[in-house]
Ligand binder design. Structure first.
Ligand code: AMP
Length: 121
């Protein structure tokens, strides 16, 4: 899938629409999900145009990949999620339930998170 520069997270990165930022560095932006599924639900996105983990890991420079995943860990620590734990998740493609075609890692925490994968509808 080609990257769509008009997706909602691209607009957030450009500052065209607002977000509730929790962390930002050269590689990543983290912000609260607009429709939280847990007491803590934060999204971490790379500051670069990648649809998913597939094109990101195939095409992004090593410095960007390292910087992005370091940022994910930094955000989790900053949110106090180390104890009693949390979940990180990335939806990819239609079966994965991906709605926004810009790579994003969900961080969920603040309660017991239940089943790892929901039963199919
Ligand atoms: P996914 O289904 O993995 O693509 O997740 C997309 C997520 O983006 C959903 O959890 C949405 O609630 C969230 N979302 C969509 N628009 C916004 C926005 N403007 N600000 C913050 N989160 C958003």
């Amino acid at each position: 899938m080609a990257y769509d520069p008009n997706n909602i997270f691209a607009k957030i990165l450009r500052g065209d629409i607002p977000c509730k930022t929790v962390y930002e560095d050269d590689f990543a932006l983290a912000f609260h999900d607009i429709n939280p599924q847990a007491p803590i639900h934060v999204l971490v996105i790379p500051k670069a145009a990648y649809v998913s983990i597939l094109d990101f890991t195939a095409e992004a420079p090593a410095e960007m990949i390292a910087g992005f995943f370091r940022a994910v860990g930094t955000v989790a620590r900053q949110l106090g999620l180390e104890e009693p734990g949390f979940r990180m998740l990335a939806n990819i493609g239609s079966d994965g339930g991906q709605e926004v075609p810009h790579l994003h890692i969900h961080l969920f925490g603040g309660r017991k998170l239940g089943r790892m994968v929901a039963k199919a509808d």
